[in-house]
Design a protein around this ligand. Structure first.
Ligand SMILES: [Zn+2]
Length: 606
């Protein structure tokens, strides 16, 4: 028995093992050097590097006689390492020092070396499967996984080309919440790069798929790697991986999953919030009656609005409203986030940027839920798509409305084009206004300035020529749509107030993403226009709004602002300190933050 065990050491070729270990160690240090661009900390975390080198030595020792293994290994490693590196580089912008950065990059690199080794070992083992059906099945699954890595690689690389870093959690979340039309428009807006990426995914994926099987079954044919040694290698590989700091390297994905869970919670807590509001008996409480309208804009930065000082006359109607004594244009509004869902899930609920992490989904009613509880008839009119790949919070909030008008027909057929300009909302608005209810809240969600900008306005609004002017032309049209809405609602004798704001801004040529944040992405318009009757009855509100007109605030306070205007203030969720229509508004300029990271006071245009 002992002799048998000792014979293992006899067949062990120490010289070969030592050479392989030296090769693996230099592979790790060499690739670390290429990724870090520096000799400093090129060995990474010593314990991690040694365990990775030992694992790789074991893999190559067992498979050493197969020359093909090295080319397969190199191919898979190249596919895996680039996104890992790009994801790691995105961390450079988040304030990590070099020491931490080097740890993350080297650990990410070693994870890629191990993943590639495991894929290689599994590929070779699959080619040993005797049953041809089973072999085809296993090889297909394996090829599919490699293809997914490949798509991931293209996605991250295309993103990094555009934004200079790998995608953050917020960007990945936004990507999964876009529907097919938006994804298509995104590809178009990327120009050649988008087409090339699609071509590669569509054409190369099947080739990768087929070649993986071909390689498995024809080129490699060996019994050298037994099932038992494969299982052992997978266990050891996973143990080494477990030690690496992957949580940081793949942080974006963890963050995206976390957001998804929060949003799922918000949907699941619908009944809990309804119960809670029922118990408060808010329908007995007094609030303002009449017609209130909230218009949600999309991707509009005030930097391109003449009413905020832009040189082109993009907002003639809003500029003319500055003479209207009941029209209050806030001078320094910002968005709390720079993506639609992140921003609207705070604006439309009692959650705010500061407290969102500490509040559960059952504690933050939406503006629609609270208005329903006070006895308002609520109407939601949207020219945006109802569903992304997943149901987004704004859709869940809209679903609580008494009346809903989903005007974007692409909901059902996932067609390629948005077929209606925003003025399509007017006819549904007419239906909402014809209702007999004495308390009405109408929320209108426009497609606004969402890319592609030239899809957002009819030809008659192409006032300025050239592709660079599409955005400005779309703002000119948006101004016209706002006038149509205002004309329709202000004629209604029950009209009290109209609020307009944008979910976030837009940086031309970049778009809106937390990964390449600029203040232009957060500088939004925010105005409130009230009726003469409302102004007469609420002199204190007008006075408060005028005194707060030049104070900065973020659009996550929309909930409190609408509660303030409608006098739905007797509930425990309303905070007068967040309400710019209240004399108790008390947010200090130095406390106004965007994405919990950027201070409004640091805005160069503040
Ligand atoms: Zn948006």
């Amino acid at each position: 028995m002992l002799v048998n065990n000792l014979s293992v050491f006899k067949i062990l070729n120490y010289k070969r093992a030592a050479l392989l270990f030296a090769f693996c160690a230099s592979l790790i240090i060499g690739s670390n050097f290429l990724l870090l661009g520096s000799y400093s900390r090129v060995y990474g975390i010593a314990g991690h590097s040694i365990s990775t080198a030992i694992f790789l030595t074991l893999v190559f020792y067992i498979c050493a006689k197969l020359r093909t293994i090295y080319s397969i290994y190199a191919l898979i490693y190249v596919i895996i390492i680039i996104p890992t590196y790009l994801l790691s580089t995105s961390l450079q912008f988040t304030g990590y020092d070099y020491k931490t950065f080097a740890k993350i990059v080297t650990d990410g690199n070693m994870a890629s070396l191990i993943f590639a080794a495991l894929f290689t070992v599994i590929s070779i083992t699959i080619s040993n499967i005797a049953n041809s059906y089973l072999r085809v099945f296993a090889a297909s699954i394996n090829a599919l996984l490699v293809t997914l890595l490949f798509i991931h690689f293209i996605m991250v690389t295309a993103y990094a080309f555009n934004y200079g870093s790998g995608p953050s959690g917020a960007a990945i979340t936004a990507l999964f919440q876009t529907n097919i039309i938006e994804a298509y428009e995104f590809v178009i807006s990327q120009g050649m790069l988008g087409y090339v990426a699609c071509f590669i995914i569509l054409i190369c994926s099947p080739i990768v798929f087929l070649s993986a099987f071909y390689i498995n079954s024809r080129i490699i044919n060996t019994q050298q790697l037994s099932y038992i040694s494969t299982v052992i290698l997978i266990i050891i590989g996973c143990a080494v991986l477990y030690n690496l700091n992957l949580r940081v390297t793949y942080n974006s994905y963890f963050a995206a999953i976390q957001t998804w869970i929060q949003q799922k919670d918000f949907k699941e807590a619908v009944a809990a919030r309804a119960n809670m509001l029922d118990n408060l008996n808010l329908s007995d409480h007094i609030c303002e009656d009449g017609l209130f309208v909230v218009v949600i804009g999309e991707s509009l930065t005030r930097d391109h609005m003449s009413v905020y000082g832009y040189e082109r006359n993009t907002t003639p109607w809003q500029s003319s409203q500055k003479n209207n004594k009941n029209f209050i244009l806030f001078e320094k509004p910002y968005s709390s986030s720079v993506t639609t869902t992140a921003s609207l899930s705070l604006a439309l609920t009692s959650a705010s940027l500061k407290d969102q992490a500490t509040k559960s989904a059952s504690e933050v009613p939406s503006i629609v839920e609270i208005a329903n509880a006070y006895g308002f008839e609520t109407t939601w009119i949207s020219n945006q798509s109802r569903f992304g790949f997943a149901e987004v919070p704004q859709t869940i909030i809209a679903n609580a409305s008494d009346n809903q008008f989903w005007l974007n027909k692409n909901d059902n057929d996932y067609g390629w084009r948005t077929e209606s300009f925003d003025e399509v909302v007017i006819s549904s608005l007419g239906k909402a206004l014809s209702s007999e209810a004495n308390k009405k809240l109408v929320i209108i969600h426009l497609m606004g300035q969402h890319g592609n900008y030239n899809h957002r306005y009819p030809n008659s609004f192409s006032k300025w020529p050239g592709n660079d002017s599409d955005y400005d032309n779309s703002i000119l049209y948006n101004d016209f749509v706002l006038k149509l809405i205002y004309d329709a609602v202000s004629k209604d004798e029950s009209f009290k107030a109209m609020v307009y704001f944008s979910d976030h801004g837009e940086e031309l040529g970049v778009g809106h993403t937390p990964d390449s944040f600029t203040y232009t992405m957060a500088r939004i318009p925010f105005w409130i226009s009230v009726s003469d009757i409302f102004a007469q009855d609420n002199e204190d509100v007008i006075k408060a709004m005028r005194s707060n007109i030049d104070r900065p605030f973020t659009n996550d306070f929309l909930f409190d602002i609408v509660c303030g205007l409608t006098k739905m203030t007797s509930n425990p969720f309303y905070r007068s300190g967040f309400d710019v229509t209240s004399k108790y508004f008390d947010i200090k300029p130095e406390d106004v933050m965007i994405l919990n990271t950027y201070k409004a006071l640091d805005d160069p245009n503040y």
